[in-house]
Design a protein around this ligand. Structure first.
Ligand code: 0X9
Ligand code: ZN
Length: 421
């Protein structure tokens, strides 16, 4: 009897170890992967870096090649290091190691022990974010949850409407369209929480003058996948063919789709999908946005990283008719952002500030609905940590970003916003 009991316990331990082992083995590891910061000095060097983008094995761009002088951040797998050094030596591009060991940084920035309730000291998994949205809605008559869309894996794209009075103009906030940019949903949640609870006069005024449509995660499948399986995942999780998964949901919107800075290769990080709105996330959210299109006047999306505040368009460097206005408002916003912790941003048109890219939400909203204000933030940092921003930067990032929003809408209002100009 005793023996068989022991036997059962042993058996249970073996099963548990196997399950644990499998679970651990399933998670992608990035031991000795390095991130290099490369500054191309000639157009030919930019071109060679672009060629590297086509090789998905072992090279992954964190910051894609754009123009001469703009940094490119490239993650290189250990087995590709000799080839990488050879290419760098051959073409003589200035480069330096930016992150020594990606896995070490992942371990450092991913909490092993999580607090039971929602807080801003750690990055939160999707279920905690969604539960917190429900909790806010249950506890306040100013908050209502919204199911804006759905995902390939059957999840909801959940958000809230925050409204202190009827007939306010609206502001739409989008977070987490790129799965690995964890600071984005965290910042959006911070902003939501402050809009609801802050006692600061400026924040209260901003909160109560608008209706807020706030979606912390536009790509829930991808976000969950970064927690369970691959911290560096960017795209959606819909299979495109046998080998490659996911489109870039910020290249899949039906405005100037595939007209630059997007890929037709399903394995690429910037794969635009098989057609505009080929992913259910973008399709369903576009339908939701259409249904409230007359209820909001500004659209703001949050990404990381680079510390930029950009406005359309991404498919062309041509200036919009309200370029000067968006530039002036952006300048006020980044000046206010800098005040608290000295964090420096750059503002400007997407195609000129970062790179040409098409099929993004920011362009779609401007191009389809002609909304007066459409901005995209690339949050902290400038690359010391990149996507692996330590969780103790969530609150400072949230604070400074909210400062910038206060200044953004003060300046916009001084210019007659939300009236159409
Ligand atoms: O490439 C993107 O989608 C964004 N950068 S990121 O590093 N977060 O992936 C920039 C989006 C800029 N907006 C448009 N291209 N319209
Ligand atoms: Zn992004």
């Amino acid at each position: 009897m005793l023996l068989s009991c022991k036997g059962i316990i042993m058996w249970k331990i073996i099963v548990l170890c196997t399950i644990l082992g499998l679970a651990i083995a399933e998670k992608a590891r990035f031991n000795n992967y390095k991130v290099f910061r490369i500054i191309p000095t000639t157009a030919a060097q930019v071109e060679i870096l672009r060629e590297l983008e086509e090789i998905s094995d072992g090279f992954s761009f964190w910051e894609t090649p754009s123009f001469v002088g703009r940094n490119v951040d490239l993650m290189v797998a250990p087995h590709k290091l000799p080839q990488f050094y050879e290419i760098m030596a051959q073409i003589g591009i200035p480069h330096q190691i930016h992150i020594e060991d990606v896995q070490a940084l992942i371990d450092e920035t991913t909490p092993m022990i999580r607090s039971k309730s929602f807080d801003f000291t750690n990055y939160q998994p999707l279920d905690k974010i969604y539960n917190y949205l429900d909790e806010l809605a249950n506890n306040s008559d100013k908050v209502n949850t919204i199911i804006g869309g759905k995902t390939y894996e059957g999840r909801q794209i959940k958000g809230v409407k925050l409204s202190f009075k009827a007939n306010n103009p609206g502001i739409f906030i989008e977070g987490g369209i790129h799965a690995r940019e964890w600071i984005s949903p965290a910042t959006v949640m911070y902003i939501l929480n402050e809009l609801l609870t802050s006692n600061n006069t400026d924040v209260r005024a901003l909160a109560e003058r608008y209706d807020w449509y706030i979606f912390p995660s536009f790509n829930p499948d991808g976000y969950v996948y970064t927690h369970t399986t691959n911290r560096m995942w960017r795209k959606t999780r819909k299979p495109y063919g046998l080998i490659c998964t996911g489109s870039d949901p910020n290249r899949n919107w039906d405005y100037k789709w595939m007209s630059g800075g997007a890929s037709s290769n399903p394995c690429s990080e910037t794969y635009a999908g098989s057609a505009p709105f080929s992913d259910i996330e973008t399709k369903s959210m576009s339908e939701y946005i259409k249904s409230i299109a007359d209820k909001f006047d500004a659209y703001i999306s949050f990404h990381s990283y680079s510390q930029l505040l950009m406005f359309p368009y991404g498919h062309t460097t041509e200036h919009l008719e309200n370029y000067d206005e968006e530039y002036a408002i952006g300048s006020k916003a980044i000046a206010a952002l800098k005040q608290r912790y000295g964090t420096e941003y750059v503002t400007g048109n997407i195609a000129e500030t970062i790179y040409v890219a098409s099929g993004s939400t920011c362009d779609y909203i401007k191009g389809t609905y002609g909304k007066r204000l459409s901005y995209t933030y690339e949050l902290r940092d400038r690359g010391r940590y990149g996507f692996l921003l330590p969780p103790n930067q969530i609150i400072p990032t949230g604070e400074e970003t909210l400062d910038s929003l206060v200044a953004m809408f003060k300046e916009a209002e001084a210019r007659g916003f939300p009236k159409k100009n």
